[in-house]
Design a protein around this ligand. Sequence first.
Ligand SMILES: Cc1cc2nc3c(=O)[nH]c(=O)nc-3n(C[C@H](O)[C@H](O)[C@H](O)COP(=O)(O)OP(=O)(O)OC[C@H]3O[C@@H](n4cnc5c(N)ncnc54)[C@H](O)[C@@H]3O)c2cc1C
Length: 487
Amino acid sequence: MRTPAEYLESIRDGREIWFRGERVDDVTAHPELGVGARNVAQTYEIEARPEWADLFWVEEEGHRISRFYKIPRTPDDLLCRHEAIEHLTREARPGLALISKEIGSDALFALLITAQDVDRKCGTRYFERVRRYYEYARDNELDLAVAQTDVKGDRSLRPADQPNPDTYVRIVERRPDGIVVRGAKVHTTDAVYAHEVIVLPTRAMTERDRDYAVAFAIPVNTPGVRLIASARGFTGQSPFDSPVAHRFRVVESVTIFDNVFVPSDRIFLAGEWEFAGDVAKTFVEFHRFTACAYKPPLLEALAGLGALLAEYNGIERVPHVRDKLARLIMYLATVRGMTRAAALDCRIRNGVAVPNPVLTNAAKFYFADNYHAAVKYVQDIAGGLVVTGPGTEDFNHPALRPLLDHYLSGKAGISGEERLRAMNLARDLVASDLGGYLEILAIHAEGSLETQKLTVLMDTDLGPLKAYARWLAGISAERPSGRPFLA
Ligand SMILES: Cc1cc2nc3c(=O)[nH]c(=O)nc-3n(C[C@H](O)[C@H](O)[C@H](O)COP(=O)(O)OP(=O)(O)OC[C@H]3O[C@@H](n4cnc5c(N)ncnc54)[C@H](O)[C@@H]3O)c2cc1C
């Protein structure tokens, strides 16, 4: 297994990263971007802890492989994957996507499934390529980013109808030994820290969109790959002011493919437009499951913080506060419970266990649709000090600290310092640039709200539900057999 230092060394490879208008020579040494690189490096240390060996490592065909690269074959495999993602996130980067192995393996599982169908229908040989690439990634413990979301231009138009033909990544040249691609993807999480990037189509395509139906994987330092790292997101000021944001960073990028050559053995879809939608959808079936596994630690933090602030302010027995705490706990339990149910009720497709799509999408939607309400509950319980409190410098001043400790104390036994630290965690999570980032992440990351509804409808047979209603209404005498709805 790689050490954290070896990981950091492995991404010093000349990749082209831009940040705040400047070319970044070494992402690991950069004052801001380096924070995220160290976060990813820390996952290697966490996964190496002997007490968690059973969670993060599995034996397969005589080899010890990362849990994240274990192809799920059973409900139990998915439950273990869920547990590992949740645990690693809680330890390494609470509330923030830890995608270094998880998102990449989501894409590889999807490609291992879809490539078999493409090969059967089109006579291609993608499955063998995907299998070999999967083994390469697994055996070399690659950190992979997934660039699926295209810039998309006019959302009402299909790729081939866009006035600007480069708003979806496309094939611009076919050669005997590979393809040349051009275009840009957006929001690519942590590509700046990944070894390689997997590119997938973002939507279903028609025959006219043939050149846009493309999937492949390439090293991040491939010539022509340009990453413009986002200067948005969040920056922590100090451990006191920003207990979470000062230690953690996630970086999205505009990921430009400027006439990039992709060799044949790294191409997993190239023109088979009928399968673009299936590749996109199968990836998100895994990826929304992963998303719902990394969310609970954030919801634990919100529920815990709500309870702590209620206690510090002496309002833990007040009915409206108990109502809000109960809602925070039910929110956490529902997201986690539905995701685990999606694992238990998985579907086996081409030998791979796919989390139940209706339950997975319901969990993701429920998470996203209720996130702002959860933020509101914590803001309400906390009070205004979340945004009006003193800063690190005041707190560290010898003349001011005793005053703050005395005057800002809470209920008996709770010092001003304890109360301020809890308030600062609240500001960090629900009233800061990190808080805003988390709200947008909740709504859009892993697909905006509407995409979950679309998937749920796509994967639900309304026929038996209507038959049940017809029988109840007396329209049909035929009593439907069995459960009308099987998620
Ligand atoms: C923090 C963060 C991390 C992310 N990480 C990744 C990543 O690692 N890799 C990756 O590939 N993507 C990533 N994403 C992208 C994410 O999946 C997209 O943000 C999401 O799919 C929405 O796409 P968009 O941002 O282009 O918004 P839009 O698609 O423009 O959506 C805005 C609104 O327009 C609506 N809309 C758009 N098109 C249509 C249409 N045709 N018909 C009707 N309504 C429409 C949407 O429903 C939504 O309400 C990330 C996003 C965020 C915020």
